[in-house]
Design a protein around this ligand. Structure first.
Ligand code: GDP
Length: 138
């Protein structure tokens, strides 16, 4: 059993895509075990994306992620990190496979609708960034 963090980014929430994304998670057996809506401050977004501090898009990305509400979820299941990343599609929506969330909905390399952890260590950091253990169904 594995857990991963999913975020519906501000563009997804603003465009009314919460239902579409949650539906795709449910249809693909990505079990939601925690969920809430929140609005990150700029310092909270910077803390979340601290690993990208040195990247040229860090300022823009953290501005974007603190520009509106997001939906954060914990997904659980066998091999869920890789399975959810497959469903998200490539970072650049132009390279995302058919039927993926980003291929269907993303409009920009940055405004790409969803986030997903990329490894067990990052998943653990990212889940604990938003959820305490009483908020995750077991
Ligand atoms: P992910 O794991 O597929 O989300 O991709 P990364 O970890 O590489 O990047 C994190 C996020 O930064 C992406 O989801 C995008 O929102 C944003 N991002 C990645 N590459 C670029 C880029 O070249 N330009 C801009 N503006 N944003 C980017």
């Amino acid at each position: 059993m594995e857990r991963t963090l999913s975020i519906i980014k501000p563009d997804g929430v603003h465009r009314g895509l919460i239902g579409e994304v949650v539906n795709m998670l449910e249809q693909n057996d990505l079990n939601i075990v925690a969920m809430k809506m929140l609005y990150m401050t700029k310092p909270q977004a910077e803390g979340f994306y601290a690993v990208h501090r040195e990247r040229p898009f860090f300022e823009s990305l953290t501005d974007f992620m603190s520009s509106g509400p997001v939906v954060v979820m914990v997904l659980e299941g066998e091999n869920v990190i890789a399975r959810y990343r497959d469903l998200m599609g490539a970072t650049n929506y132009k390279e995302a496979a058919d039927g993926t969330i980003r291929q269907k909905f993303a409009t920009d390399i940055e405004k790409n609708v969803v986030h997903g952890s990329d490894a067990p260590e990052t998943a653990s950091f990212e889940i604990s960034y938003f959820f305490n253990r009483f908020e995750i169904i077991r």
